[in-house]
Design a protein around this ligand. Structure first.
Ligand code: SF4
Ligand code: SF4
Length: 196
């Protein structure tokens, strides 16, 4: 009987020792380190839970997360849309009647982006679009925690051109083409007249 009571006390003591050990260890948190840090496994004590979203784990530089497009540098070449294996990039371009400006690498912009949508719900994060972009303006960001209730909100719209502005650009291009066509016809008629 005495032995049984003694065993109970020993068991309770061991349990309490274990609990108190964890209790005091939980007063300290491990420092947030990137996986690339050489001391990543050096911290052996402290809790590993972080206060997300106030504290975030660093993500690898080469990680593939949400896409972003710097439209000022986009020449609307459509290469990213063509290479996309799941067709989640939807671009509508309108030819400008004159040079629009230059990108930060000096490339002349001649096309407007009336539409530049990326459906991130369909994107499989292959990164091909970022590889083919000649001006490196479509990039993977380190934003990974973007979730929406409505799937339509996963379509990111990068063009800020309004429908009225797009119509205006289309009209200007149509007018220019019509003027060029009329000038060509006139030149042809004059040539024919001279030959007669
Ligand atoms: S990362 Fe891949 S799937 Fe996603 S938009 Fe770019 S090419 Fe398409
Ligand atoms: S490949 Fe680059 S420059 Fe061309 S349309 Fe896509 S984002 Fe714009």
């Amino acid at each position: 009987m005495i032995r049984k009571v003694f065993n109970v006390f020993i068991t309770v003591f061991k349990g309490l020792k274990l609990t108190l050990g964890h209790f005091f260890a939980a007063t300290e948190s491990r420092k947030v380190k990137a996986i690339s840090d050489p001391n990543y496994f050096a911290q052996n004590s402290g809790i590993t839970t972080i206060q997300y979203p106030h504290v975030k784990l660093p993500v690898p530089e080469v990680g593939r997360y949400q896409l972003d497009v710097e439209m000022d540098d986009c020449i609307v070449c459509d290469l990213c849309a063509k290479i996309c294996p799941v067709d989640c990039i939807d671009i509508e371009s309108i030819k400008s009647i004159e040079a629009i400006g230059k990108t930060s690498d000096g490339t002349t912009k001649r096309l407007y982006a009336a539409k530049f949508d990326i459906d991130m719900a369909k994107c499989m994060y292959c990164g091909l679009c970022t590889v083919v972009c000649p001006t490196e303006c479509i990039v993977m960001t380190d934003t990974y925690d973007r979730s929406m209730i409505d799937l339509n909100e996963m379509t990111y719209k990068f063009s800020d051109m309004t429908a009225a502005e797009a119509d205006e650009k289309r009209f200007a291009l149509e007018q220019l083409n019509a003027e060029r066509f009329a000038a060509k016809q006139l030149a042809l008629q004059q040539n024919t007249g001279n030959q007669i």
